[in-house]
Design a protein around this ligand. Sequence first.
Ligand code: C5P
Length: 231
Amino acid sequence: MKSKIFVALDVDTEAQALEIVEDLHGLDACFKIGKQLFTSAGPDLVRKIVGMGEDVFLDLKYHDIPNTVAKAGLAAAALGVRIFNVHASGGRKMMEAVRNEMDKLANPPMVLAVTVLTSMGDNDLREVGVDVPARDQVARLAKLAQECGMDGVVASPLEIELIRETCGKDFKILTPGIRPAFAAVNDQKRIATPAEALRKGADFLVIGRPITAAENRREAFLKILEECKKW
Ligand code: C5P
């Protein structure tokens, strides 16, 4: 069983990404590959990291017509990733099409939904025609994602309790914005420590710079694992 921690590989090149993966090898870390690295290094790198025995979360936040997203999901599954994600605002038909395709697979990846990007405040939402507070929209989209068979959501630490209340205990919650007690906050604002996020009900944590920019990445990762035990 791998750890609950996904290390964000927010780098530009395959060489940089592999250096981080190799540094953490054997510690049961999992890895998140997002748009930056995927756009520059492509699916071969995903295959390579999966082939090294690592668990990968492909964070490409698919949002398109149902057929396109369902087929993209199948392509992600074929890469062997453990998790990929879609935007819940793509709607019921889109998410159901993904579920439908995943249900045909023997060992499908977990599919998570993004509700409202944490960069969007109430005013930003109003500008794109969403006239309810961000928290209400988060709860609404989390519920819809659950109805459509998504396995869980990506949520900020501040939304964990709201989603637990709305969607119950079996719905998975993956949380970025995590800062261990020993690390710099960087540009993150709505943050929690690993222990706080787990206490509130997060299932998985995404942590980037506190590990990737650390002088000793193995040490930083192990310190975070220790912090996780204290919840
Ligand atoms: O380095 P850091 O720990 O801040 O990285 C967090 C990762 O989680 C980044 O890949 C970032 O894009 C992602 N993320 C986030 N906040 C969100 C959604 C995703 O920090 N609300």
